[in-house]
Design a protein around this ligand. Structure first.
Ligand code: FO1
Length: 328
């Protein structure tokens, strides 16, 4: 069974890990299951003359067991001595550059400068983390440069900053007026990403930020169309539980684009496949069971189950609920 997951940061990485743990069994030992994670690249940032891909790294580290699960990004057993030294030289260090994490950025930057595509670089980095043995392929949605910039309202008028600067340096303040994906119109999905979508038996929208993680994946010209045209069922997992995201700033982002910060609101944002949108099924947490009828009424099948992946039982239940959609 070939499953494709569209994912961004930590929430998406955790769902990918949960699915890869349960996929081999579900597909039957002889079939085995293959998981392809198509990751957001619009968080990517160039700092210290390095190419940094936070969502690709968060997913790679999570699947490879190297992530710092407290922070939800970067490497566990990490130190920031290089960052401390940079600060002493007066270099801006608002972006937390870990010493172990730095090795990933150095390898990626060297390979990118040698002419390798981000897809090729990601495959090379993933070999060290054993993703292939786990039956997982990690793909950037595009090899082209796409960056989310945030237009903030300041006293001096609107100012655009890179998403990472808004999120980290400005602490997601002030409220964003607009999110712009710079480079999007010229970007093309990678051949590998489109092939994975076309060959998928199931397509999953992970519980990542709908605006700055899933959105910039879907917005790469050709991706949404490939998903709509694919015969594979499309299942999404709500990133909002009881009106809030578990981590990150999806509530601020959804408010900025006028989407209701609820499981039902995000479902209608993605749209019903029956009406030209994306979703066949929307999986919401038990805490939001009261919204099941409204989601169903919007033409999207709605499954209620535990979605907070903090116990083996919930992870198994969520994986089963997702993988069951390929048969129904
Ligand atoms: N997030 C922070 O809140 N502070 C940081 O200093 C920080 C550094 C960082 C370094 C590498 C990396 O892969 C991720 C990092 N993040 C940091 C998280 C990052 O902003 C998010 O992972 C995504 O870009 C948003 O989902």
């Amino acid at each position: 069974m070939d499953v494709v997951v569209l994912a961004g940061g930590y929430g998406g990485a955790r769902l990918a890990a949960t699915l890869s743990e349960h996929l081999a069994g579900a597909g039957g030992a002889d079939h085995g299951g293959h998981l392809t994670v198509i990751a957001n690249v619009a968080d990517d940032v160039r700092l210290h003359d390095l190419y940094i891909s936070p969502d690709l790294d968060t997913i790679m580290y999570t699947l490879g067991g190297g992530l710092d699960t407290e922070r939800g990004w970067g490497r566990r057993d990490e130190a920031f001595r290089t960052n401390e030294e940079l600060a002493l030289y007066g270099v801006p260090t608002w972006f937390g550059l870990g010493d172990r994490d730095l090795a990933t950025h150095l390898v990626r930057s060297q390979m990118r400068r040698a002419g390798y595509s981000l897809t090729q670089v990601t495959a090379a980095l993933c070999r060290r983390w054993g993703l292939e043995e786990a039956g997982v392929t990690l793909l950037p949605v595009t090899d082209d440069r796409v960056e989310t910039h945030v237009v903030m309202q300041t006293d001096a008028g609107p100012e655009a900053v890179h998403f990472q600067e808004w999120w980290i340096r400005h602490g997601a303040q002030p409220r964003p007026q607009e999110f712009v994906q710079v480079g999007l119109s010229d970007a093309r999905p990678s051949r590998e990403a489109i092939a994975a979508i076309q060959q998928a038996d199931l397509i999953v929208l992970a519980p990542s930020n709908p605006v700055v993680s899933i959105g910039p994946i879907l917005a790469v010209p050709g991706v949404s169309q490939a998903i709509v045209e694919s015969p594979a069922p499309v299942v999404g997992v709500s990133p909002i539980i009881s009106g809030r995201p578990l981590r990150g700033m999806a509530d601020t982002c959804l408010n900025a684009i006028g989407v209701d910060v609820s499981a039902e609101g995000v479902a209608s944002h993605y749209g019903a496949a029956r009406e030209g949108g994306l979703l066949d099924t929307w999986i919401i947490d038990t805490a939001d069971a009261g919204q099941q009828a409204a989601v169903t009424a919007s033409g999207i099948d709605c499954v209620v189950t535990g979605t907070v992946m903090d116990s083996p039982a919930v992870r198994a239940g969520l994986a089963a609920a997702i993988l069951a959609q390929v048969r129904s």
